[in-house]
Design a protein around this ligand. Structure first.
Ligand code: UD1
Length: 366
């Protein structure tokens, strides 16, 4: 089975790593790795290939940044040529970024079956570009691999057949568990002068939080108060760094004595930071899942989540972007009232094996 595995942006890399590894182990697969180049900075891309020992991409499209239409269109034009040339039996896409949507649409129109890993997640919020990407990708995929039962229900409600849906667990957690020992060896805590459980980790990049000056200023107000209680390590996404500058907030952030702004971190250093912190403040999707498995309280600065299992079973609390709520909930966690949670069903490190087994059983003529 000739498979083109697609990655484009940072959160895709940890999802594809175990899938590629599993396909390389099984002689029935001829896997190719295609990187669209949606993320291209060393810190957003190259370091993950090294940390996760992902093979060098066989095909690199180098599309770069742009508006959603520009980026999506560039990927589609380039990917159409690749599919016509390589004639894969299957295109496998992960997650919900623009590369996921662009490549699935191209493959479906060329009548190449698409497998979507992490299918069925819904925030029910179409202001999020990722929600549009998830809806479109799922609607044209042949095989839908899910991380939780709620995703299966969403897909069934949207009219997908039971034969298309496979609840396999979470490939991002495969990578987390497989990398735990190596992450533990990172010296990032010493380098940043941090004590075990003596700091918080912050990530912020959603357009809804960082593209609106008033919302971002409110979050900065809240951070000012929280960092007075506990140091906050803040690996800043390029989009967020730019917005802080543009909105005149960068100097204020720089002046906060215990807000430690750092470059985006590699996978192993970042996972070490998360595993040993007192709490995470984030608007990321993947981090809600990783904190749940690591048993670290997570405050999500969004009003909704497409990953409800992290709230119902895990350590996640939705606090939204409201400054008072962020400070109030942070203080609760610091007072020892953070959620403990448990690991969701099938988040056991074997999701990629299940995916490969399903594909192998169905064979090249899906
Ligand atoms: C993308 C994904 C988002 C994911 C996030 C993780 C979509 C719609 N969004 O958002 O789901 O959570 O990745 O990071 O696909 N930039 C750089 N260097 C890079 C990449 C981006 O400087 O390597 C800057 C560019 O100025 C760019 C901006 O960051 O315009 C945003 O990048 P983009 O890929 O459009 O979206 P993200 O916000 O990263």
């Amino acid at each position: 089975m000739r498979v083109i595995n697609v990655v484009g942006a940072r959160p895709n890399f940890m999802k594809i790593a175990p899938v590629m590894r599993e396909m390389q182990k099984r002689p029935c697969f001829q896997p190719l790795l295609l990187h669209t180049g949606q993320h291209y900075d060393d810190a957003m891309s190259r370091v993950f290939f090294e940390d996760l020992r992902i093979p060098k991409p066989d095909i690199y499209l180098g599309v770069g940044s742009g508006t959603h239409a520009e980026q999506t269109a560039r990927i589609m034009v380039e990917f159409e040529r690749i599919v016509a040339d390589r004639k894969p039996d299957l295109v496998l896409v992960v997650g919900d970024v623009n590369s996921t949507l662009a490549c699935s649409v191209v493959a479906a129109k060329l009548r190449v079956p698409v497998a979507h890993v992490e299918a069925g997640l819904r925030s029910f919020d179409r202001d999020m570009p990722e929600e549009i990407n998830r809806l479109v990708t799922d609607s044209i995929s042949t095989l839908l691999f899910t991380t939780s039962r709620d995703a299966d229900e969403n897909l069934l409600r949207e009219g997908h057949g039971l034969d298309q849906i496979h609840f396999v667990g979470n490939v991002m957690i495969d990578t987390l568990l497989a990398s735990a020992e190596r992450a533990e060896q990172s010296d990032v805590l010493e380098r940043l002068g941090l004590q075990d459980r003596g700091y918080a980790v912050l990530t912020l990049h959603r357009p809804s939080n960082v593209d609106d000056p008033a919302t971002l200023a409110g979050i900065v107000d809240a951070l000012e108060q929280v960092q007075a209680r506990i140091p906050i390590v803040f690996p800043a996404h390029p989009r967020t760094s730019t917005r802080l500058q543009t909105f005149g907030l960068a100097a204020r952030v720089a002046r906060m004595p215990s807000l430690i702004a750092v470059e985006p971190q590699g996978y192993l250093d970042f996972m070490k930071l998360v595993a040993h912190c007192a709490m995470v403040l984030t608007d990321s999707g993947g981090l809600q899942e990783e904190t749940t498995v690591l048993g670290v309280p997570c405050l999500t600065l969004r009003n909704n989540t497409e990953r409800p299992v992290t709230v119902t079973e895990g350590t996640n609390t939705l606090v939204g972007p409201n400054p008072n709520a962020i400070v109030r909930e942070s203080l609760k966690v610091l007072a020892g009232e953070g959620k403990r949670g448990r690991r969701p069903e099938l988040w056991d490190g074997h999701a990629a094996e299940r995916i490969a087994a399903v594909l192998e059983e169905r064979g090249p003529k899906l």
